[in-house]
Design a protein around this ligand. Structure first.
Ligand code: G6P
Ligand code: ZN
Length: 563
């Protein structure tokens, strides 16, 4: 057995190593600075503290540029910090949901996910490092704050410079580090995840749907992995298990720069995919982001399923999915800006529904406490208590399982849903890469406005529609399990008819500030259900832009992305 010794390296501290909504995310070039990445990894390990000694950790990422180098660094630094074993995905690949699966299955102390999610990759793109805890979910604010505090004073890190392992080969290697064994187990990146999916869903009924029979035509699907990490998972699940032809599984080889794509499955960045489905050739389309936790679902001719509706439809139909038949359905949850369609399903079935701040980490405690089974966000994320991350492939299989059971098109399922519950029209406007000062000034301006004594009760009229303000605040959340408080989570303006306007600054961007404007309005008149949300919500959009002076502050007349 080879033996190695630990070196202690004097380092310089870096400013700004503060994890955002989902880990530390910066330009790859920033991570490539000497000591920058090493410092952050050392800080993660110090934040975990004594529990680290003798523990096992999962490591892998979305295959983006610089990931392999960072895995090499993690191996060397983990070995030096007393960790006993690393479970590394072959070729350094693990989707975010797969990391969560592996942490939970092997009961490890946590994992490190190397991804900047849906942000572009490559030498000029972004990179990211996220720490997940033993429940398989993103670390809580208290841990990420601790990591950040440590980075501010870090003077040294520990490393085993000579240690290197071939991660392209499935193998289990044990070496001695200062006399103690350290194991690197390179495992198949997809097996554990696929086994979990097969336990959850009815693969044989999905297969029958896809293949068709005397009564039904084959149900044609198009799956687009956007050159991200889901490719190998999609090839196994859809290609091998469900016999979908290769030509229907596109962009399914992970690329370091996502082939130049912006791997964010929304109507703007996945426009080519939407156009492919618009042709009418497919009954169903699903696209996933770089690390595989986000999804976009569209029906025939690209009938768009808003993520807030997706969550509500899943909630209303969980009973057809074998996993939920077995474990039952507890509560639901959504992030604050997410459309409240799911609340209506919860109400009608007498199931509790929670509202949390933006960020998947806020669902973790509720799931661990057994309070929720399903949750989702407007930002193209849905998932369940099978793991502690949102899960793109899971969502597409859930939809297919539901379609297989009802034998209805996506459009029919949505229309039925709205006819039962009414429709929460929802849209989000993103103003990306704004000047940071300008964005902060605008937020401050709106917040001050909200504090004016006569703000509540104020009336706004636009396009013959009048809205009266019922409540306004900067959203704050107290976790019902551990009592921790997350404040300043977005400016909410709530109207008497339950319409909402929300202003929030993104926590995942890496350049400038991204302002998000979320607009929601409820309609119970069935003649409106098939109307374009942009038309229905136009009055509220205009009111928001006027009220916030967004254009004046930022110089932006149009959003970068509309959902
Ligand atoms: C990531 C997180 C999500 C969150 C989203 C919001 O995808 O995993 O839980 O909803 O970021 O991002 P934002 O840019 O709005 O802060
Ligand atoms: Zn992601």
């Amino acid at each position: 057995m080879s033996s190695f010794t630990v070196s202690i390296v004097d380092t310089v501290t870096f400013e700004g190593q503060k994890p955002g909504t989902s880990g530390l995310r910066k330009a790859a070039k920033i991570f490539q600075q000497e000591h920058y990445t090493e410092n952050f990894i050392q800080a993660i390990f110090e934040a975990v503290g004594d529990n680290l000694f003798g523990s096992t950790l999962v490591v892998g990422g979305d295959g983006r540029y610089y990931g392999r180098d960072v895995i090499e660094k993690i191996i060397k630094i983990a070995a030096a910090n007393g960790i006993s074993k690393l479970l590394v995905g072959q070729n350094g690949i693990f989707s975010t949901p797969a990391v969560s699966t592996v942490i939970r299955k092997y009961k490890t102390i946590g994992g490190i996910v190397l991804t900047a999610s849906h942000n572009p990759g490559g030498p000029n793109g972004d990179f990211g490092i996220k720490f997940n805890c033993e429940n398989g979910g993103p670390a809580s604010d208290s841990i990420t704050n601790k990591i950040y505090d440590i980075t501010k004073t870090l003077k040294k890190y520990k490393i085993v410079p000579e240690l290197s392992v071939d991660i392209d080969k499935i193998q289990c290697v044990t070496v001695q580090v200062d006399g103690k064994p350290f194991t690197i187990d390179v495992i198949d990146s997809v097996n554990d995840y696929i086994n979990l999916m097969k336990e959850i869903f009815d693969f044989s009924s999905i297969k029958k749907l896809l293949q068709g029979n005397d009564e039904h035509l084959p149900f044609k699907i198009l799956i687009n992995s956007m050159n991200g990490v889901t490719g190998p998972y999609v090839k196994q699940i859809f290609g091998k298990e469900l016999s979908v032809s290769d030509s229907n599984l596109v962009n399914s080889t992970p690329k370091e720069d996502f082939g130049g794509l912006h791997p964010d499955p929304n109507l703007t960045y996945a426009a080519d995919f939407v156009n492919d489905v618009k042709t009418g050739l497919y009954d169903f389309g699903a696209a996933f982001d770089g690390d595989g936790d986000r999804n976009m679902i569209i029906g025939k001719k690209a009938f768009f399923v808003n993520p807030s509706d997706s969550l509500a439809v899943l909630a209303a139909n969980l009973n057809v999915i074998p996993y939920f038949q077995k474990v039952g359905v507890k509560g639901y949850a959504r992030s604050m800006p997410t459309g409240a369609a799911v609340d209506r399903v919860a109400k009608s079935t007498n199931i509790e529904c929670f509202e949390v701040p933006t960020g998947w980490k806020y669902f973790g405690n509720l799931m661990d406490a057994g309070l929720i089974s399903l949750c989702g966000e407007e930002s193209f994320g849905t998932g369940s208590n099978h793991i502690r991350e949102k899960d793109g492939i899971w969502t597409s299989l859930a939809w297919l399982n539901i379609i297989a059971s009802h034998r209805k098109s996506i459009e029919e399922i949505l229309l039925n849903h709205w006819c039962t519950y009414g429709r929460n029209f929802f849209t989000r406007y993103d103003y990306e890469n704004c000047d940071i000062d300008a964005a902060n000034k605008m937020m401050k301006y709106v917040e001050e406005l909200m504090k004016e004594s006569d703000f509540v009760g104020r009336k706004f009229t636009s396009h013959n529609k009048t809205y009266i303000i019922k409540e306004a605040d900067n959203y704050s959340y107290k976790d019902p399990i551990d009592g921790s408080v997350a404040s300043k989570q977005g400016l909410r303006i709530l109207f008497e008819d339950s319409s909402r306007i929300i202003f929030r600054l993104s926590g995942t961007g890496s350049a400038g500030a991204t302002i998000r404007l979320y607009i929601e309005s409820y309609e119970a008149d069935s003649s409106t259900y098939l109307r374009d949300p942009q038309t229905v919500l136009k009055p509220l959009v205009d009111i928001s832009l006027e009220l916030s002076k967004l254009g004046e502050f930022t110089g932006r007349n149009e959003p970068t992305v509309i959902t």
